[in-house]
Design a protein around this ligand. Sequence first.
Ligand code: DX5
Ligand code: ZN
Length: 244
Amino acid sequence: MSNIAPLNLHLRTFCPTISVGVLTADWMKLDVDLLQIEQAGVKLLHFDVMDGRFCPMLTLGPPLIKSIKTSLLKDVHLMIEDPLSQLETFVSAGADMITVNVESCRHPHRVLQALGKMTNANVPERGLLRGIALNPGTPLNVVEPLLDETDMVFLLAVNPGWSGQSFVPDAARRIAALLEMSRQRKKDILIGLDGGVTRKNIDEIARMGADVIVTGSAVFDGKAAGENAAFMLKTIAEARKSRL
Ligand code: DX5
Ligand code: ZN
């Protein structure tokens, strides 16, 4: 019997937390910056995979995800057409968490079921964490029939495609509604929030009830990634204390 906790339980031991987006990272000094954010207490690294079809930008793929050597968990956000046909390549590239946008799947339930049968390439006993993401314009009830097959629901607070966009305020209402939906369904799902999170709005956002808050350009701003990450984590911890 392995004493390694499944990923969703493992995440619960340090949530609420941030997942740092690498899209705006300086690749020429990523090793130094990764060390800084690890030392600041970051546990999750967010890879935005865009294929230039589901959204206009073309970003990164499995080879780059595999090449990044880090103790951080690899949180892979797939914004690609037909993700079902690509899941294996991202799992074998070392993704620990895979989130697909519901709008990109003809069969989202099948995609999540398929993910549920795959093995974590890094720590097989830990399993994979499955996530489903919704664009700001997608109604919440789309995820209701998927709650049995997912560990996390990610609400995008920006329209997918770029880092550095402004936060869509309606995300606050949607988090509250999602919390209510999971309570009614007695589903212990993790809630993620993705996009538009900065040093200015992190305090307000940390009080909305999300477990995983993605922040990219506000951490990798070309200056002190470690300091930015530490500030975000400290603000979340203080907001959490004030809610207890
Ligand atoms: C948007 C992506 C987000 C984005 C976050 O399509 O899913 O993860 O890169 O970047 P910031 O934090 O800069 O909005
Ligand atoms: Zn993302």
